[in-house]
Design a protein around this ligand. Structure first.
Ligand code: HEC
Length: 161
């Protein structure tokens, strides 16, 4: 117990020293939290992404995607949860992941997910595909949608190595 307390105190001192002078404490905190939650820094290791702006967008999307993780996973081959696994969803036929039981609304569609229709779907899932089982998870904010789509688009190259 006491050792832990000492360690905690030492850590706190280090953190305070690190944050104390010129750097913004909130910014440092955000980066630490994101790194700890996502062990694989996949976005930046994607050679197709050369533009630093695109990397920022993907990182933003990774954060924004937290509102989807209650129902979706994105890891290649991972078992679908409440919603289908979204790994490689861009370029996939709508409602076509093997082993997932979709609503008729998604099964009936032969379209392929691209940035445009995914944007429309995420803005208003049942407006775009009436009868969908995705009853939550609409993203009203344009920028957050763009970021989430960029993040999802980064997934095939990040995981299919
Ligand atoms: C409350 C659970 C829930 C949340 C939150 C949610 N979804 Fe879904 N999502 C679903 C379900 C269920 C389906 C299957 C819909 C159907 O069959 O009609 C689905 C389907 C999808 C599909 C179609 C996939 C395919 O294989 O055709 C995409 C894309 C999608 N969701 C993206 C997202 C994104 C991005 C978010 C976060 C912004 C999100 N969802 C949040 C439950 C959810």
């Amino acid at each position: 117990m006491r050792n832990r307390a000492i360690l905690a105190a030492a850590l706190l001192t280090v953190m305070m020293t690190a944050c104390g002078s010129s750097e913004q404490p909130e910014v440092v905190e955000q980066i630490v939290v994101r790194d700890r939650d996502e062990p694989a820094p996949t976005a930046t290791s994607d050679p197709a992404v050369e533009d630093a702006g695109a990397v920022d967008l993907i990182a933003m999307g990774e954060d924004a995607f937290q509102m989807c993780t209650a129902c979706h996973v994105v890891d290649a081959g991972a078992r679908s949860t409440a919603g289908p696994n979204l790994h490689g969803v861009l370029g996939r036929v709508i409602g076509d992941l093997d082993g997932y039981s979709y609503s008729d609304a998604l099964t009936a569609s032969d379209a392929v997910w691209d940035e445009e229709n995914l944007d429309q779907f995420l803005a208003d899932p049942s407006g775009y595909l009436p009868g969908t089982d995705m009853l939550a998870g609409a993203v009203r904010d344009d920028e957050a949608r763009a970021a989430i789509i960029a993040y999802l688009a980064s997934k095939p190259t990040a995981f299919d190595e």
